[in-house]
Design a protein around this ligand. Sequence first.
Ligand code: GLN
Length: 435
Amino acid sequence: MKNFNFNIEQAKEINKKINAVLEFKIIKGNENGKFYSTPFLVKDNIQVLGTKNTCGSKILENYNSTYTATAVQKLLDAGFTVVGKTNLDEFAMGGSNENSAFGPVKNPWDLERIPGGSSGGSAAAVAAKIVPFALGSDTGGSVRQPASFCGIVGFKPTYGAISRYGLSAFASSLDQIGVLASNVENAAITTEIMSGKDENDATSLNINWDLTSNLNKKLNNLKVAIPKEVFELDGVDKDILSKFKETIQILKNNGVEIDEINIPHLKYTVSIYYIIAPSEASSNLSRYDGMRYGLRTENDALKKTYMQTRDKGFGLEVKRRIFMGAFTLSSAYYDAYFAKAAKIRNLLNQDFTKAFEEYDAILTPTSPILPPKIGELKSPLQYYLMDLFTIPANMIGAPAISIPAGKINELPFGIHLISKPLNDANLLRIAKQFE
Ligand code: GLN
């Protein structure tokens, strides 16, 4: 990673094909830092002073960052250089990058296909070797799913491990900054630097992590569980299943103990996510009213200005989430939807807590499908189902990682590991062992 050669002209040429980077901008880190001049990209919903922060939205098209996110600042202090900001689904809502106001990102493995999302720009840029790693945000899988679709590593640490100060909020109880990297080692090095308490984020954890010293040491007597539901739930592609079974066999041959278990509430994951995340989003996005940030349509009446600004500024998917969230939080429906979803979130947590008493990690495919062609999926539901295996980690605040595990029909296939909260160092060791 240290001697990675970044050539801006070359990067721009590559980017013409994939539309992964919205803005190239060099912000140099500390000259005395260990990683001086090693380049990285930042998802365009994380503030970096001197760059825009569009969130992939028209409403923030001309909005400039007013400060630098803590996570980015820590990397700059260690010498890393920001080289630009990456494309994303608008406000990180989506799993395909087709929801960006600035055009879709293309998957470097097949330019007709989506790179996944919402951190699709970061994933595509790392896969196209523009940078050795990039920052993303993960609310329901947005670091891990695009990593899987682009054949790289995507790591979402324990909730609160990395400060969210400077990350534009989507669903605050689920949001987490994570790393998309060319390998597990780069993910571990950068997460170690970014993690720790930040007084600007009350949910940040007081941790002082060593994720790297033992990374190459094998864990003995490893016990891994696979939820039976992977093989039972609808919507998991059969090529994915057969490749997944092959992977299990390889791991078993390498001495890993693998059992099947039940995660009874896994089948409700997508349903509760699409109540909780839009509810939080509808509240978080109320700040984009044309008064405080970005776009403002001119009108003589205040209420009309709010409405027109939001109508012009937000795209379809963001509006859909705001509608859903406003509905599920409304006093008439709160108990029927939000309160119920919150209860099931607790039950899901219990399922996983129980599993972690016996197992080091839980293994699934990262995505139930391979990357579809741009425009191929028609209904929002088809997109929502892509997050089946990645959402639980956000719901329970646990660390999770996607690592490449070969190809299916020339397209990258990724496997996904979740471990118990704060067990990030061991999870990375397991991932390294499986890499
Ligand atoms: N695809 C999910 C969604 O649309 C997850 C997004 C994310 O993790 N930011 O909400």
